[in-house]
Design a protein around this ligand. Structure first.
Ligand SMILES: N[C@@H](CCC(=O)N[C@@H](CS)C(=O)NCC(=O)O)C(=O)O
Length: 217
């Protein structure tokens, strides 16, 4: 029986982003905490007013938890972290550390890596954001040389956010000079909860392909 948590993603995405769509962060957290959940979708093609009512930028993910509705992957992760101590310590410093590193992942690292990635898709001779991203990575690598996880000496939602943010540059070889970060992402991605989350996401979009083909027959 699915629990009361429902995460929302697109009904289909092109092959390229599969395994990277941010509902993965929510799936990963829910798997870590062994919280039951279901997955529902909004159309990728037709971003209707119903979708905009849930996510004002017509993006995913968003979630329902009973009557509570949340959008933004970071806000969803914090909401889930309040449900399970597995995702965030309860002592004030451990909680503050989790919050600060979650925001650092999204607001200090992803805010550089995503524009860097978009620019790199057009294969410029030089990416103007490469130096800025390298500076962030140098600093984060120093931190990760001294600890296994970012907050509270244990795995938290901050690590879900940070490792997921780092996967895109990592998969493009950008962490090759940053051994501590590379090992950190590998550590996160080897967790059974991540493995289950990513294989479920890929299967979800594969099933969407099959449904589309069926509908065309
Ligand atoms: N800051 C948002 C970003 C959400 C986002 O970029 N979602 C992507 C999928 S991973 C999306 O919906 N892309 C379609 C679009 O932007 O139109 C979050 O973390 O939830």
């Amino acid at each position: 029986m699915p629990g009361q948590v429902r995460i929302w993603t697109f009904d289909w995405v092109p092959k390229g982003p599969r395994g990277y769509v941010r509902d993965l962060r929510l799936r990963w957290a829910l798997e870590e905490a062994a919280i039951e959940y279901s997955v529902a979708s909004v159309p990728f093609g037709d971003r209707s007013s119903d979708h905009l009512a849930r996510q004002p930028f017509a993006q995913v993910p968003f979630l329902d938890d009973g009557d509570v509705r949340v959008f933004e992957s970071g806000a969803c992760l914090l909401h889930l972290a309040e449900k399970s101590e597995v995702l965030m310590p309860r002592d004030p410093q451990g909680k503050a550390d989790t919050h600060q590193w979650l925001f650092a992942a999204l607001n200090s690292v992803e805010m550089v890596t995503v524009p860097w990635w978009y620019i790199s898709l057009s294969r410029p001779a030089e990416n103007p954001l490469a130096g800025w991203m390298k500076q962030r990575f140098e600093r984060l690598d120093e931190v990760l040389k001294r600890r296994e996880w970012l907050a509270g000496s244990r795995f938290t939602v901050a690590d879900i956010a940070m490792s997921d943010v780092l996967r895109i540059p990592g998969d493009r070889g950008e962490l090759d000079g940053f051994g501590a970060m590379k090992a950190y992402v590998a550590r996160g991605c080897s967790r059974p909860a991540f493995q289950k989350a990513i294989s479920d996401q890929v299967a979800y979009f594969d099933a969407a392909d099959a449904a589309r083909i069926q509908a065309q027959c």
